[in-house]
Design a protein around this ligand. Structure first.
Ligand SMILES: *[C@@H]1O[C@H](CO)[C@@H](O)[C@H](O)[C@H]1NC(C)=O
Ligand SMILES: *[C@@H]1O[C@H](CO)[C@@H](O)[C@H](O)[C@H]1NC(C)=O
Ligand SMILES: *[C@@H]1O[C@H](CO)[C@@H](O)[C@H](O)[C@H]1NC(C)=O
Ligand SMILES: *[C@@H]1O[C@H](CO)[C@@H](O)[C@H](O)[C@H]1NC(C)=O
Length: 393
């Protein structure tokens, strides 16, 4: 089995008929006998009234999930860092997008987004957001909709108020859908919303304003694609073409170049817990990074580190499960320790991580190792202030 390959199988629950199979970082397919065994062991357990959910071997991990008693999804991952939590998220996302292979594949690919893991909507901060918001609100209304957003590479620049009230899973999937499809000047795409409208399809209309930037609205039977394209797109968006173009510069960093963060920060994830939206980047200092030849590998490593720190923190510290009134932490804390952690950090040979939570936000920071451990808290506090106070995130 190759290094960190991932295999995804979908079968009918009743008869085990394979529906599809996708893989990541593998040139090989699973053989029929392996597929049969993976499904067979789950079925066998089921017949004995045992629910088989996961197992691990020395170099791989397998998870089974049955959805609606009709679909079995199985994932096998050879990535030693993959957690049950992240693989479960993968299965949930895949089930929610059952019929759309491009979207399923995008969940298996390395990405500059993190919504697949957080199930929050990835965003960027633009310093033109006021003017873009005004434009989007007018455009959406003129197109007889209340749900509109402006996307750059699948990240939200601005969205209408109603858009933020969609179930965050639905909103996240819509953003990932748009970025997973091949570029088009416009689209009229039928979508089911797994949480908000699982049985009645809506229309997702998208219009490319400049390559990489799309405006999307969610609507019913009217208006027609042509009507919006011919009568509204130019009228509303031509006057703001410069701010729209400047959004392209935000794609990697996710916030304006004019804003400087502490030199020791390599990446961060900020989550707004009310709107379930997030700001995520591992290129806080883009100029410094582009000098390096092994940049791709470095960024991948940063992403993996931040993702695994997020998973550890969320599962173990920020929303730990309660058993018998006691909190299950990673460490064996003394008996009777009942209050919840609000901050946590990890120090390793390649980086340091620090997380903090407030009523409204979670912040996860990835630091260079030369940042003194005692100073992470103050840097985190300052970073939080900048984004939540100055940019109102
Ligand atoms: C964003 O703000 C910075 C300074 O704060 C400015 O240099 C830059 O031109 C602004 N961008 C736009 C598009 O106005
Ligand atoms: C936001 O996320 C929380 C935690 O995952 C979830 O319970 C809540 O339903 C989400 N809100 C929306 C509107 O989807
Ligand atoms: C697992 O994560 C660590 C850092 O958290 C990293 O050094 C290592 O390369 C990762 N392994 C894989 C297979 O991605
Ligand atoms: C963060 O900074 C603010 C103002 O600078 C201060 O009031 C607050 O106590 C600080 N919080 C922490 C956890 O250090």
């Amino acid at each position: 089995m190759e290094g960190s390959s991932v295999f995804l199988l979908c079968l009918t629950a009743s008869s085990g008929v394979p529906l599809y199979c996708r893989s990541k970082r593998s040139s090989r397919q699973l053989t029929f006998s392996v597929i049969g065994s993976l499904n067979g062991v789950h079925m066998f357990a089921n017949n004995q009234d045992v629910l088989l959910t996961s197992t691990r071997t020395e170099n791989s991990r397998v998870l089974w999930r049955t959805f609606h008693e009709s679909i079995n999804l199985i994932v096998m991952s050879c990535d030693s860092n993959a957690s049950d939590h992240s693989l479960n998220r993968l299965l949930e996302n895949v089930f929610s997008t059952m019929a759309c292979y491009k979207l399923i594949d995008s969940f298996l690919t390395e990405s500059e987004k993190i919504g697949d893991l957080t199930q929050c909507v990835d965003c960027v901060i633009s310093n033109d957001s006021v003017i873009l918001q005004e434009c989007l609100d007018g455009f959406t209304q003129a197109a007889e909709s209340e749900f509109g957003c402006l996307l750059i590479g699948g990240k939200v620049v601005v969205a209408t108020e109603k858009w933020w009230r969609l179930a965050s899973l639905d909103a996240m999937l819509l953003c990932w859908l748009v970025s997973s499809l091949s570029p088009h000047s416009s689209r009229d795409y039928p979508v089911y919303l797994p949480q908000g409208s699982p049985t009645v399809p809506h229309r997702l209309l998208t219009f490319q304003l400049v390559p990489g930037v799309d405006v999307c609205i969610l609507c019913g039977p009217s208006p027609s694609l042509q009507k919006v394209e011919l009568e509204l797109v130019e009228r509303f968006w031509k006057p703001v073409l410069d701010p729209v173009k400047s959004c392209l510069r935000l794609q990697l960093r996710s916030f304006p170049i004019s804003l400087n963060l502490h030199q020791g920060i390599l990446g961060f994830l900020l989550i707004n817990r009310d709107l379930n939206k997030s700001l995520y980047t591992v290129q806080v200092h883009p100029f410094e990074d582009t000098q390096r030849s092994d940049i791709k590998c470095i960024l991948e490593h940063r992403r993996a580190s931040l993702r695994s720190f997020y998973t550890l923190t969320m599962l173990r510290y920020f929303s730990p499960e309660h058993h018998d009134g006691k909190i299950q932490y990673e460490e064996a804390f003394p008996e009777g320790f009942t209050h919840q952690a609000h901050q946590c950090y990890v120090v390793s040979s390649s980086h340091k991580c620090y997380a903090t939570k407030t009523d409204l936000h979670f912040l996860f920071l990835l630091f260079k190792t030369n940042v003194p451990t005692f100073s992470m808290r103050a840097i985190a506090n300052k970073t939080m202030q900048v984004f939540t106070k100055e940019f109102n995130f």
